[in-house]
Design a protein around this ligand. Structure first.
Ligand SMILES: [Zn+2]
Length: 99
C-alpha cells in the first residue's frame, strides 16, 4: 500500500515539474520553445490529470477513508503518507513535512 502512495507522489511531483516547465517556457517564448516537441505538452497535461485523479481517489493512510484530496507528508523514516484534511492536524502535531 505504501508503495502505491509513493508512486502516486512521484507522479504528482513529476506532473508538477512538467507543468512548471511548460508555464515557464510559455513565459519566455524564446530559444527553448523551438527545441521542445509539441507532443510533450499533451503528455504532461495527461499525466497531471491522472495524478490529480489518483490524489482524490486514494484512501487516507491514517483513517482509511476516501475523504477527498489527500495531502502527502514525509515521515521520519523516509516513507510517505497521504492524509485527508481531518488527519492533517495529527501530522502537524508530529512535525511532519508536507510534500
Ligand atoms: Zn484521514
Amino acid at each position: 500500500m505504501s508503495e502505491m502512495v509513493v508512486a502516486a507522489v512521484v507522479m504528482i511531483v513529476l506532473a508538477g515539474a512538467a507543468v512548471y516547465a511548460v508555464s515557464r517556457s510559455r513565459m519566455n517564448p524564446g530559444k527553448t520553445e523551438t527545441a521542445k516537441p509539441a507532443r510533450s505538452n499533451v503528455i504532461s497535461m495527461e499525466g497531471h490529470r491522472r495524478a490529480k485523479q489518483n490524489a482524490t481517489e486514494q484512501l487516507c493512510s491514517s483513517c482509511r477513508k476516501k475523504n477527498g484530496k489527500l495531502i502527502f507528508y514525509a515521515q521520519d523514516d523516509g516513507s510517505v503518507v497521504g492524509l485527508c484534511k481531518d488527519c492533517k492536524a495529527k501530522a502537524k502535531k508530529r512535525d511532519m513535512l508536507p510534500l
